[in-house]
Design a protein around this ligand. Structure first.
Ligand code: A3P
Length: 288
């Protein structure tokens, strides 16, 4: 099918796709040299793993649960994209600097490997990621609409999407976790016990919130409340998305892949998972 906006396309750069018209390879190559402060916080995800969820939670923690302090600022302003943010802006920003990225491990600021700053890696079971990403391709203007789920399945398996191969992304970040101040948390952890997940994040970030403040963070980070909150869900950012064709806050559940995968696709996926994740001690919740 024809691209919606032909000026956007996936262009490989150091074996990682960038979106032309959005990402600049020159800027991205500068990121490694960014000077990192101990107070910097990075949220790292493969697309569709709950990025905006963490943007909401972490920015709500930073204002100690006071939602009115966030309502005049889009999540992408509260926690901007590393790959769209020029280095100068980052260098001059006041602490604590919060950033989010889908980039592969190989592009990261080297200071993170000296245990400066903090990294929160959010993972999600990749079958649900695939389904969420399929829908995202339909309404995100910068991505080409897939012909159908089957064709998207093949593209995802080949890693021909922004974020590239899911297996490579998680493997690279996770296997280097000991170099960094690193919190690994999953979408399914958040689904199963949001309050406990917020606690873990507060401890990791060394933010001492009262029980009431934490309760407010949780309340404003639920699926229902984020769906209604245009500054949390990209509704207030019309340029990149066709909101008639979908919603960032689509289903918010574990196991929707069962409505899409054929038995054969599921077997193929499981086999690939077993082979490629052999060396990683990670398990996922596939359904609840
Ligand atoms: P679905 O498409 O499966 O609904 P990302 O921000 O990385 O693009 O991830 C988006 C996915 O996270 C969407 O998944 C979205 O519904 C889900 N999500 C975001 N906030 C959520 C929340 N508060 N509760 C449950 N799911 C959430």
């Amino acid at each position: 099918s024809a691209p919606k906006t032909p000026e956007y396309k996936l262009v490989p750069h150091r074996d990682f796709y960038l979106i032309s018209g959005i990402h600049s390879p020159e800027e991205i190559d500068q990121i490694q040299k960014w000077e990192i402060r101990d107070t910097d916080i990075f949220i790292i995800t493969y697309p569709k793993s709950g990025t905006i969820w963490l943007q909401q939670i972490v920015s709500m923690i930073e204002v100690r649960g006071n939602v009115t302090a966030t309502l005049d600022q889009l999540n992408a302003i509260r926690i901007p994209w590393m790959e769209m943010n020029v280095g100068e802006e980052f260098a001059n920003a006041p602490s604590p600097r919060l950033r989010v990225t889908h980039l592969h491990y190989k592009f990261i600021p080297l200071g993170l490997k000296q245990k400066r700053g903090k990294v929160i890696y959010v993972a999600r079971n990749p079958k649900d990621i695939m389904v969420s990403y399929f829908h995202f391709h339909i309404y995100a203007n910068m991505l080409e609409t897939p012909k159908d789920f089957n064709s998207f399945f093949e593209r995802f398996m080949e890693g021909k999407v922004f974020g590239n191969c899911w297996f490579e992304h998680i493997k690279a970040w996770y296997s280097h976790r000991q170099e960094m101040n690193f919190l690994y948390i999953t979408y399914e952890d958040l689904i199963q016990d949001l309050s406990a997940a917020v606690d873990r994040i507060c401890v990791f970030l060394e933010r001492d919130l009262t029980a009431q403040e934490k309760e407010n963070v949780v309340k404003h980070s639920t699926f229902q409340n984020m769906r209604k909150n245009p500054t949390a869900n990209y509704q207030a950012m019309p340029s990149h998305f066709n909101h008639d064709k979908g919603h960032f806050m689509r289903k918010g559940m574990v196991g929707d892949w069962k409505n899409y995968f054929t038995v054969a696709q599921n077997e193929r996926f499981d086999q690939a998972f077993q082979e490629k994740m052999r060396d990683l001690p990670l398990t996922f919740v596939w359904e609840i």
